[in-house]
Design a protein around this ligand. Structure first.
Ligand SMILES: Cc1cc2nc3c(=O)[nH]c(=O)nc-3n(C[C@H](O)[C@H](O)[C@H](O)COP(=O)(O)OP(=O)(O)OC[C@H]3O[C@@H](n4cnc5c(N)ncnc54)[C@H](O)[C@@H]3O)c2cc1C
Length: 416
C-alpha cells in the first residue's frame, strides 16, 4: 500500500478498515545471502539500501527484541552535519542530504523537520573554533551561519544572557539541521525493506557465530542456526558482546546515555539549542514537551537506564542556560546503551574474518548518521569496497594512530 493524503481521507471515510500490518512476520529461512544483526536504525537502513539501492536479495535482519527497541527509539532526535574534520564532514553532509529526500524515498512520514540548530559560543576561543568549523562545513557543501550575541538573542530572548556564569557571545547556526521523529525512522526503513523482500525477524537473538578456516558460515540464534554468505553487525551498544562471538575485542566501550522530556508546554523553542559551556541540548517536540539530554553516565554498563547524579548534572546545565526550565515538570527519563569508540568516531569496515562486517562506535551521535551509515554499510557489503565518504572509518586507524578525534578532548569515553 502506498501512503498519501488521499489514502488517509479514503480510510477516514471508510472506517479505517483498509490499513494492514506494516511489515510481514516471516519465520527465519535456513540460509540467506546477507544477514544483518540488529534491527535498529542502522541495521534496517542497511537492509533497505542493500535491497533497493544495491539490488541484492535473500536478506534478513535479525533483532533480539522488537524493531526499534534500541537507541533508534531512545535518542533526542537531533540531526545535523556541523562536523569539522575531513574524515567526518563529507559523511555527515551526505547523511543530511539523504534525510532531505528520505520521506519521499521510503514513502513514510518521518517528520523530518529542518528547524535549525544553534551551538552556543561562550568564549572568544570558542568563537574562533566555531568560525573554523563553519568554514570547514561550507567547504564541504554544508551550510553555516555565525551569529553574534544579538543574533542569538533575536532567536531565543529567554536564554540567560544577563547574569549567566557562562555569558553567551554568539552561536554557530546550521539552518538545515533539526529533528526527525526517531521511531518513524525505524518504521519507515522497516516497511521499505520489507516491501523490497527483506525478512525482518524479531525476537531472534544472535548467540554465536559459526566460523571455519577464517570464514563466517552463519550465526547461532535463539531461533536456531541460520547460514549466511555475508554477516553485517550493527548492534550499537551491544557491539562488544556480539563481536566477542567472533573472538574480536573492539576499541569500543558501552556507556549509558539518558534523555529527558518535560510536560507539554506552549511553543517556546522552534529549533535545537546546544549549550557550549556545559553538556546540555534541548528542542521541543510537536506535543510541546522539552526534549533534552546531556552527558553519558560515565561508567561502563549494558543497562538501558541511568543514574541520579547525571540527572542532577543535566538539570544544572539546563538551569544555567535557560532558568525558565526550572518551572517545568519532568515527565520521563530513559537511557540507551552507547557504543563509545576511543576517538569519538565510528567504524564501518570489514573484519579479519572473511564475510563478517562491522558497523558501530557511533557514540551518542549515530541517529543523524542513520541514512548514510546504512547506505555506506550496504555499499561495503555489496561491493566489498568502502563508500567514498566512509573511507576513514576503518579499524586500522587505531593501529596507525590516524584517529578522527572530532571533539579534540582525548581518547577517553568519559571526556566525550
Ligand atoms: C538518550 C540518547 C540520546 C541520543 N541522542 C541523539 C541525537 O540527538 N542525535 C544523534 O545523532 N544521535 C543520538 N543518539 C545516538 C543514536 O541514537 C545511536 O548512535 C544510534 O541510534 C545507534 O544505531 P542504531 O539505531 O542502529 O542502534 P539501536 O537502535 O540500539 O540498534 C541496535 C539493535 O541491535 C539489537 N541487538 C543487540 N544485540 C543483539 C543480538 N545479539 N542479536 C540481535 N539483535 C541484537 C538491539 O536490540 C537493538 O535493537 C542518542 C542515543 C541515546 C541513547
Amino acid at each position: 500500500m502506498r501512503y498519501s493524503g488521499w489514502r488517509i481521507i479514503k480510510e477516514a471515510l471508510t472506517g479505517h478498515k483498509g490499513w494492514g500490518p506494516v511489515w510481514r512476520d516471516p519465520a527465519p529461512k535456513s540460509e540467506y545471502d546477507y544477514i544483518i544483526v540488529g534491527g535498529g536504525g542502522h541495521g534496517l537502513a542497511t537492509a533497505y539500501y542493500l535491497a533497493k539501492q544495491f539490488r541484492q536479495a535473500r536478506i534478513a535482519v535479525l533483532e533480539k527484541s522488537y524493531l526499534g527497541s534500541g537507541n533508534v527509539g531512545r535518542n533526542t532526535t537531533i540531526i545535523r552535519s556541523n562536523y569539522l574534520l575531513p574524515g567526518n564532514e563529507p559523511f555527515y553532509e551526505f547523511s543530511l542530504k539523504l534525510w532531505e529526500g528520505l520521506e519521499q524515498d521510503f514513502n513514510y512520514n518521518a517528520m523530518v523537520s529542518q528547524r535549525g540548530i544553534v551551538n552556543l559560543i561562550h568564549t572568544d576561543a570558542a568563537r574562533d573554533a566555531a568560525t573554523r568549523r563553519g568554514n570547514a562545513m561550507i567547504l564541504n557543501g554544508a551550510d553555516a551561519v555565525l551569529l553574534d550575541r544579538e543574533g542569538v538573542r533575536a532567536m531565543y530572548p529567554w536564554l540567560n544572557f544577563d547574569d549567566a556564569r557562562f555569558p553567551i557571545k554568539g552561536g554557530l547556526l546550521q539552518k538545515r539541521g533539526g529533528t526527525v521523529r526517531h521511531d518513524a525512522v525505524a518504521w519507515g526503513y522497516a516497511r521499505g525493506a520489507d516491501l523490497a523482500g527483506v525478512d525482518l525477524i524479531q525476537n531472534c537473538e544472535v548467540t554465536g557465530m559459526r566460523i571455519e578456516n577464517g570464514r563466517i558460515l552463519g550465526v547461532e540464534t535463539s531461533r536456531g542456526y541460520i547460514g549466511a554468505k555475508k554477516v553485517g553487525v550493527a548492534v550499537a551498544g551491544s557491539s562488544g558482546r556480539v563481536m566477542a562471538h567472533a573472538g574480536m575485542r573492539l576499541p569500543i566501550e558501552s556507556h549509558v546515555l539518558q534523555a529527558f522530556v518535560s510536560e507539554g508546554l506552549k511553543p517556546l523553542i522552534d529549533g535545537v539549542i546546544t549549550f557550549g559551556a556545559g553538556h546540555f541540548y534541548v528542542s521541543q517536540s510537536d506535543k510541546g514537551g522539552l526534549v533534552f539530554g546531556g552527558d553519558i553516565d560515565g561508567y561502563n554498563s549494558y543497562a538501558q537506564r541511568g543514574n541520579l547524579p547525571v540527572i542532577e548534572d543535566v538539570a544544572e546545565g539546563g538551569m544555567a542556560l535557560m532558568p525558565a526550565i526550572g518551572r517545568a515538570r519532568l515527565l520521563r527519563a530513559w537511557g540507551g546503551i552507547m557504543d563509545m569508540s576511543m576517538d569519538g568516531s565510528p567504524i564501518i569496515d570489514k573484519t579479519p574474518i572473511e564475510g563478517l562486517y562491522f558497523n558501530g562506535g557511533w557514540c551518542y551521535g549515530g541517529f543523524k548518521a542513520t541514512p548514510a551509515s546504512g547506505w555506506c554499510f550496504a555499499h561495503l557489503l555489496a561491493t566489498d569496497t568502502p563508500h567514498p565518504t566512509a573511507t576513514a572509518y576503518r579499524f586500522d586507524r587505531f593501529l596507525k594512530g590516524a584517529m578522527i578525534d572530532e571533539k579534540g578532548q582525548g581518547a577517553q569515553p568519559n571526556l566525550h
